[in-house]
Design a protein around this ligand. Structure first.
Ligand code: ADP
Ligand code: F6P
Length: 342
């Protein structure tokens, strides 16, 4: 393979630029020409594709966001959109694509591969909710940002003997809440994957203040519910403390990537090029027990594929992402006032 392209798709995440840089530099070292596609699949269809050299990715490794821009473009789920994108790849003589994004973007990579354009997926999202990997590019940075915010909120919370509900991102996954909550010493962590009781949390709050605590910090994953709704339910369950809600929002998606995200992105980007060089596509790269792994995106479960198509056409996730259960136990062990009922 002599000409490849790289795009970023779905929600952006810190470290995407480091991954693009790795694809470009590794590709050039392998004697390939490397193209950038702006605005994800939307840019592919629009032909917003340009050649990149080593300098194009200079000074990018430490920058947040994605300099190739990202987009959500539902039209690419239709064959018409895919064929229009392929037309543009053909015009430039591009033979393979690296797609940095989430599960949705992986489907696009799969479709390209089925149409004869090998595409490899890299997990780029702060949510850490992508199949086939222990960690996604951007997760570590998002957690670091959240911990910094939680430390600050704890300061003001302690000064005023206040209870704080801090809503963090993660879509339907509780990873950001769990990791940041443990790192910041939160009193309660509420995530969609585990049941909890509002009454029990109210008891925890009361007991904590009775025992002389000067704050109560609750980290709430957005997948459970919004912070304001959560606070309302807490009051209905009998909370009498001075309660505030803080929604961290999109600051969690930006910022300079941590060293860990930069290294992860660099390793994954380079590996994607190695796979394309061998003509391999339809694969997603992950990290498992610190080792790089690659798995078929779609196929029968027996082949190790991350997802399969059910007879009715719906998608079955064969290896769903799971939050590490041991972290729940750890949080329970580290908090006398734990709300867990399971
Ligand atoms: P993420 O990649 O973060 O999961 P999305 O689900 O929004 O984010 O998907 C990103 C993009 O991937 C979509 O806007 C669309 O362009 C493309 N995509 C999503 N689903 C499919 C699909 N089933 N087939 C082809 N392309 C898809
Ligand atoms: O998937 C990343 C993410 O930041 C989620 O955590 C969040 O729910 C969502 O994207 C926000 O999406 P948008 O940028 O479209 O508001």
């Amino acid at each position: 393979m002599k000409r490849i392209a790289v795009l970023t798709s779905g929600g952006d995440s810190p470290g995407m630029n480091a991954a693009i840089r790795a694809v470009v530099r590794k590709g050039l070292n392998e004697g390939m020409e490397v193209f950038g596609i702006n605005h994800g699949y939307a840019g592919m269809v629009a032909g917003d594709i340009f050649p990149m050299d080593s300098k194009t990715v200079g000074d990018k490794i430490g920058r947040g966001g994605t300099f190739l821009y990202s987009a959500r473009y539902p039209e690419f789920a239709e064959e018409k959109g895919q064929l229009a994108g392929i037309e543009q790849l053909k015009k430039k003589g591009i033979e393979g694509v690296v797609v940095i994004g989430g599960d949705g973007s992986y489907h696009g990579a799969m479709r390209l591969t089925e149409h004869g354009y090998p595409a490899v997926g890299l997990p780029g999202t702060i949510d850490n909710d992508i199949v086939g990997t222990d960690f996604t590019i951007g997760f570590d940075t998002a957690v670091t940002t959240v911990v910094d915010a939680l430390d600050k909120i704890r300061d003001t919370s302690s000064s005023h003997h206040r209870t704080f509900v801090v809503e963090v991102m993660g879509r339907n996954a509780g990873d950001i809440a769990l990791w940041s909550g443990i790192a910041a010493g939160a009193d309660d962590i509420c995530i969609p994957e585990r049941e909890f009781s509002f009454e029990k949390i109210v008891e925890n709050i009361e007991r904590g203040y009775e025992q002389g605590k000067n704050h109560h910090l609750i980290v709430l994953a957005e997948g459970v519910m919004h912070g304001e709704a959560f606070a309302k339910k807490l009051k209905e369950a009998g909370d009498t403390s001075d309660l505030r809600v803080s929604v961290l929002g999109h600051i969690q998606r930006g910022g300079s990537p941590t060293a860990r995200d930069r290294v992860l992105a660099s390793r994954m980007g380079a590996h994607a090029v190695e796979l394309l060089k061998e003509g391999k596509g339809g694969l997603a790269i992950g990290i498992h027990n610190e080792e790089l792994v690659d798995s078929p995106i779609l196929g029968p479960a027996e082949t190790g594929a991350l997802m399969s198509v059910n007879p009715d056409g719906s998608i079955k996730v064969n290896q769903p992402h799971e939050v590490p259960i041991e972290l729940y136990r750890l949080n329970k062990d580290l908090n006398r006032t734990s709300n867990y009922i399971s």
